[in-house]
Design a protein around this ligand. Structure first.
Ligand SMILES: [Zn+2]
Length: 356
């Protein structure tokens, strides 16, 4: 594996050069190759695609901000197969207690307007939690993509001082879901919200009551004032089964370092919700349509290499579909249709090269 600092000098490895222009190698060869490939060679390809997209102004801002989203994902678990990098946990079943092996990673992606741009992934190591893994990923993303984003949006799990401070030190802002883990901050905010008249916002069938107060100092370990935004949302939905209309209520709270001058209450709500939508789109699609969770070769390097390769391929594929194909043709078909078309073209090209 090459050093992370030498990423810029990294070039597609010998494995790729050998692979390109020849017929497809066997599954075993692919597995062996992915076990040995330098992860930075794939990262350099992702960086290259990002640079081209950025230069062509294809990465749009989300509600006025270039946004980085970090999210954790458990991508495989097994009672039987394991490798030295497997995480372990005891699972209590009805009959017995069993040792389960699993892998978890944290994915970094840019929330583009039309499609998310996947930047990097980091595997969680034994003995560390998801936030420590995200910190390692965050440091690398800050080094490789220092100007790609100005706001980091994350789940409530990331409401930790070291995580916030890492990005604040580099002049970035952070926005995370406020959960019970920060009880002091939450109770302070809820106490003050009682005395503030909420703003009312209506968007389609959704009505939002919004509270927004800044200058909270109750999160002592952060050593910085934060702003808290609360959104109480009611939405009328018609149930398919009964045909009756029902009112759904949900409550959201976010803690952020963005001031009221820098971002309006509405922007904070939109940024907070966009995380959920982008994550769903990026990770759900990777898993459901592209089999990101499948372990082709149970080897720590191969697992990360497959994820990075898929990220590179998806960025290229989405850039092709959303930037190259005219909207009138794109709207007539699903992404999967174009994927199958490309696959058919690749197969045709490959089999033509094999002598009869
Ligand atoms: Zn493993």
């Amino acid at each position: 594996m090459g050093s992370l600092n030498s990423l810029e000098q990294a070039k597609p490895s010998r494995f790729w050069r050998k692979w390109l222009g020849r017929e497809l190698p066997s599954a075993d060869t692919m597995g062996r190759g992915f076990s040995q490939i330098g992860l930075n060679s794939i990262r350099s390809l992702i960086h290259h695609v990002y640079t081209r997209l950025k230069r062509n102004k294809a990465i749009r801002k989300t509600h006025g901000f270039p946004v980085l989203i970090l999210d954790g994902h458990e991508h495989t678990s097994s009672y039987l197969r394991c490798c030295p990098a497997c995480l372990r946990r005891r699972v209590h079943t009805r009959e017995e207690e069993r040792l389960q092996y699993y892998h978890r990673n944290v994915v970094a992606m840019l929330s583009g307007q039309e499609f998310p741009v996947l930047l990097d992934v980091e595997e969680q190591r034994g003995g560390e939690d998801e936030v420590s893994c995200a910190l390692r990923l965050g440091e690398r993303v800050l080094r490789l993509y220092p100007r790609a984003f100005s706001v980091v949006v994350a789940d409530g799990l990331y409401l930790e001082a070291p995580f916030f401070n890492l990005f604040l030190e580099h002049g970035k802002h952070v926005l995370a879901v406020l959960k019970d883990e920060r009880r002091d901050l939450m109770e302070d905010a809820k106490g003050l919200f009682q005395y503030e008249e909420p703003q009312v916002q209506i968007e389609g069938k959704t009505k939002r009551l919004l509270w927004d107060i800044e200058g909270f100092t109750s999160w002592e370990s952060l050593g910085k004032k934060v702003r808290v935004v609360r959104s109480l949302e009611t939405r009328t939905v018609r149930r398919q089964r009964t045909g009756k209309e029902e009112v759904e209520t949900s409550e959201w709270m976010w803690a952020t370092t963005l001031s009221q001058e820098e971002a309006s209450t509405e922007t904070i709500v939109k940024l907070g919700h966009s995380r959920w939508l982008v994550e769903n789109r990026a990770l759900n699609e990777m898993v459901t349509c592209w089999h990101a969770d499948h372990v082709y070769k149970h080897h720590p390097n191969a697992i990360a290499a497959f994820w990075l390769t898929l990220m590179f391929v998806l960025n290229l594929f989405r850039a092709f579909v959303y930037l190259n194909i005219k909207p009138c043709l794109r709207f007539r078909h699903t992404d999967l249709y174009f994927a199958r078309l490309i696959f058919a073209g690749l197969c045709e090209g490959t089999y033509r090269k094999i002598p009869p």
